[in-house]
Design a protein around this ligand. Structure first.
Ligand code: GLN
Length: 379
């Protein structure tokens, strides 16, 4: 076996789904919705079953999918995106991030990662032979220390990974913070790879700023996102990268040899989502705002200390008072005895943090109420 594969474990998030299923627990570990995707997307999917396409799409994404994606991304980024030159369609944002890193980074080069971080970035950097520099986001507001960040930039990293809104801590970076990162990226000539899959799940009064939309930043940003969370189709594995033509040109080659392409019938069905008007996104946000409230109120009732996410659909719970040495062990007991699946916080932190667990709230209200009732009884 290669040395690389001994350097990371399997995904703890996805392991927790298997553990939840084993105990028939309510799975609040791996974040995916248990409700149906939008009806127009489903209607289109059922037509496609008979009419196709069923063969490969163009490697970097079906032409009509990229055309629709380009107008949607142009709207969001506030600039005109060329569907042929500046977009790459991938198998989820998971592939987008991997491709972005492999396209930019040579073995031994450094990549800044904020901690806590979405666990894939650890494995992504190892597989690309990159060397991570972790910069802590400090609880309770998960702010970074500007001097620590500049110290990381002084090591001349090739890229910085920016998960905004952040999974798992729900931080939404302010415009001011992003401008500070932009100034450093300029000074130290560093690329920025964003993971913005929760771009439409940003709770008021917080506002999502696209890093690529800051002055001068489009040129050095690879904006990665996906349709998974926006249209509740996590199993369809549709993601994309938006970046300047010279970067996309190189990324297309990496993607081609990794996967050939994303599923063509699913691209054809999902593209109707890009035509939804603002009401769809307002409703999506209202839905998650409501679910966040159910979750936070329930945790307060149960007397469990937690953060308040500004974006995304996760909450971190402080389990210090339950007297477990290991958050992993706590999560196993929680799944088996209480019937709730969670992710141990340690899988997101570089620092030795073992007193947090992550729950997601992309579930039907009844399911959330039931999970919260179970949690009330653990004290
Ligand atoms: N983003 C989801 C989470 O953090 C899971 C994504 C995945 O498993 N690919 O739970």
């Amino acid at each position: 076996l290669s040395k690389k594969v001994s350097l990371f474990t399997d995904s703890v998030i996805r392991r927790m789904t298997r553990i939840s299923d084993k105990y028939h627990a309510i799975n609040l570990s791996q974040g995916f919705p248990d409700f149906q995707p939008p009806q127009p997307i489903l209607d289109r999917l059922s037509q496609i079953a008979y009419k196709g396409p069923h063969q490969y799409a163009i490697t970097w994404g079906a032409q009509n999918f990229r055309n629709a994606l380009a107008s949607y991304r142009s709207r969001l980024l506030g600039r005109s995106i060329d569907p042929d030159a500046e977009l790459l369609v991938t198998c989820g944002s998971t592939e987008a991030m991997m491709v972005a890193i492999m396209t930019l980074v040579n073995p031994g080069e450094k990549v800044i990662i904020f901690s806590p971080f979405y666990e894939n970035y650890g494995a992504d950097t190892i597989l690309a032979g990159a060397e991570p520099i972790y910069v802590p986001l400090n609880p309770p507001y998960f702010n970074f220390d500007p001097d620590v960040l500049e110290g990381a930039f002084r090591q001349h990293p090739k890229a910085l990974i920016l998960c905004n809104p952040s999974n798992p801590c729900g931080k939404v970076f302010t415009k001011k913070e992003l401008e500070y990162i932009a100034a450093l990226a300029n000074t130290y000539d560093t690329y920025v790879i964003t993971d913005e899959v929760y771009e439409h799940i940003v709770y008021k009064p917080h506002v999502h700023t696209y890093f690529a939309s800051l002055p001068g930043m489009y040129e050095r940003t690879l904006t990665c996102s996906s349709l998974s969370k926006t249209y509740s189709i996590t199993g369809w594995r549709l993601g994309h990268i938006t970046a300047p033509a010279s970067i996309i040109d190189a990324a297309k080659k990496v993607h081609d040899f990794l996967t050939v392409g994303a599923a063509s019938p699913l691209q054809e069905a999902a593209l109707v989502g890009f035509q939804f008007d603002q009401t769809y996104y307002d409703d999506l946000l209202a839905l998650y705002t409501h679910k966040r409230q159910i979750m936070l109120d329930g945790l307060d009732r149960a007397g469990i200390i937690h953060n308040t996410p500004q974006g995304a659909y996760y909450v971190l719970l402080d389990i210090s008072e339950f007297g477990f040495h290991s958050d992993l062990e706590f999560c196993e007991v929680l799944a088996e005895k209480v019937g709730v699946g969670a992710v141990p916080g340690s899988s997101f932190f570089k620092e030795p943090i073992h007193h947090l667990i992550r729950l997601h709230f992309a579930k039907n209200d009844e399911t959330l109420y039931e999970a919260l009732t179970r949690l009330e009884h653990i004290k």
